[in-house]
Design a protein around this ligand. Structure first.
Ligand SMILES: NC(=O)c1ccc[n+]([C@@H]2O[C@H](COP(=O)([O-])OP(=O)(O)OC[C@H]3O[C@@H](n4cnc5c(N)ncnc54)[C@H](O)[C@@H]3O)[C@@H](O)[C@H]2O)c1
Length: 396
């Protein structure tokens, strides 16, 4: 197989943009992927200026339409191997659809798009064209999320009774958008963010963490979307009681008015044999609590199969995934890099013969993105009916 780095094209990322930065570091993390092009800003002139100012040479385009069109006539070794979409939510659907139709795999920020109609069209197109499609649910890329998934799904904690999956922030506790703060302005605008503010922005991460670690689906919700900050159109506080596919219960909650909480995403899982706790702000370990035993703390890269709790035959790919020995801390950028690394593997499989895995075990796939949007739309409906229990669509 060729060891030529994959070529990545950016959609969004110019002028003070946020999430492009960790992504572009993660893309370059292994030397097997590189950013080569970008349509970085909605205004074509500024887009080109921003590309010219990029910290390393990239080909600038005035728009993503131009970038996708130009790709057709590039020599094979200069063609884009995937695009990364890091624009606000209302500019996900269009570049994703156009890239897929041009035969370019897509790694897209969450939430997948604005509504279920868009999400369903994206899923149908991805399936029809057989193009790899990843959704950037960052926290699945922590090795401890992988280990948690293994522990819960292999039944080591028994049957899941209760999950509390949360993401608490405090940065929107005041009307920050009135100051023109770039990231706040579009997040509180339903036309650019979608039907839920806080829920769409970070509640989708809490949902994805629950689904990824437990393998369970949310079947019905009783949701309360609250707007504490006066004059804001979308929720800034999102509390959802859930019925799970195994008969268990869960709370998926998110808030952006919890002063002092920064990126306080975490999960607590209570099973019939024990519990698991994990927080992304301290992502290097998970805590397992078993009845009448001292708590067990498992550190990334320092677990011993056959220790009396973990079985002897831990999956080889899980055990091989940490990139540095434990004690040299991994964090947010490493999690992003692990997602890009796994997406890269699928893109290379696809380039080599059309087949790829994309089953959601290594990064969120397009169906996961669809489920995030289905969850948000159902929560908005339930909340409008004062928290009435409302069923989720099962799958597309
Ligand atoms: N996975 C995560 O942990 C995480 C964290 C933050 C944000 N996000 C998601 O990433 C996306 C971007 O969020 P952000 O906070 O970086 O936003 P941002 O406002 O900081 O950056 C958005 C960028 O998109 C550009 N843009 C807008 N329209 C464009 C167009 N038509 N063509 C080209 N560029 C265009 C803007 O100029 C800007 O450069 C959102 O969907 C958000 O939900 C995910």
């Amino acid at each position: 197989m060729s060891n030529k780095p994959l070529n990545v094209g950016l959609v969004g990322g110019g002028r003070g943009a946020f999430i492009v930065n960790p992504h572009q570091k993660a893309i370059h993390f292994d030397g097997t992927r590189r950013v080569v092009a970008g349509a970085l800003f909605p205004d074509p002139k500024i887009a080109l200026e921003e590309a010219a100012k990029w910290p390393y040479p990239i080909k600038g385009y005035g728009s993503y339409d131009e970038m996708i069109a130009a790709n057709r006539s590039l020599p094979e070794d200069q063609k884009l191997d995937y695009i990364l979409i890091v624009t606000p939510n209302f500019v996900h659907y269009d570049p994703a659809m156009k890239a897929m139709k041009a035969g370019i795999p897509v790694f897209c920020e969450k939430p997948l798009c604005l509504n279920l109609k868009e999400a369903s069209e994206l899923v149908k197109t991805a399936r029809k064209l057989g193009v790899p499609f990843g959704v950037a649910h960052t926290y699945l890329g922590h090795w401890t999320s992988r280990l948690s998934r293994y522990i819960v799904q292999s039944g080591l904690l028994g049957e899941v009774r209760w999950v509390d999956s949360y993401y608490l922030q405090g940065w929107l506790a005041t009307k920050l958008e009135a100051s023109g703060q770039q990231q706040a302005v579009w997040r509180v605008d339903p036309k650019r963010a979608g039907g839920s503010g806080c829920g769409g922005d970070i509640g989708t991460h809490a949902l994805m963490q629950l689904r990824y670690v437990t393998g369970l689906e949310v079947r019905a919700v009783s949701a309360q979307l609250v707007t504490f900050v006066e004059g804001r159109q979308l929720d800034d506080h999102f509390t959802v009681y859930c019925k799970l596919s195994n008969g268990g219960n869960a709370l998926v909650r998110a808030s952006q008015i919890c002063i002092g909480h920064k990126n306080d995403l975490g999960i607590l899982i209570a099973g019939t044999k024990g519990s698991l706790r994990w927080r992304q702000e301290e992502p290097e370990s998970i805590t397992i609590c078993l009845p009448n035993q001292p708590d067990r703390i498992y550190w990334r890269g320092a677990v011993t199969p056959g220790d009396g709790f973990l079985p002897k035959d831990m999956p080889a790919d899980l055990m091989a995934e940490p990139t540095i020995p434990s004690g040299h801390p991994e964090a947010f950028h490493d999690a992003f890099a692990r997602l890009h690394r796994c997406f890269e593997a699928d893109v290379r499989r696809w380039k080599a013969g059309g087949k790829f895995i994309g089953d959601g075990a290594k990064y969120a796939n397009i169906e996961d993105g669809w489920m995030g949007i289905a969850f948000i739309e159902t929560c908005v409906k339930s909340s409008a009916r004062k928290g009435a229990w409302t069923a989720l669509p099962r799958k597309i």
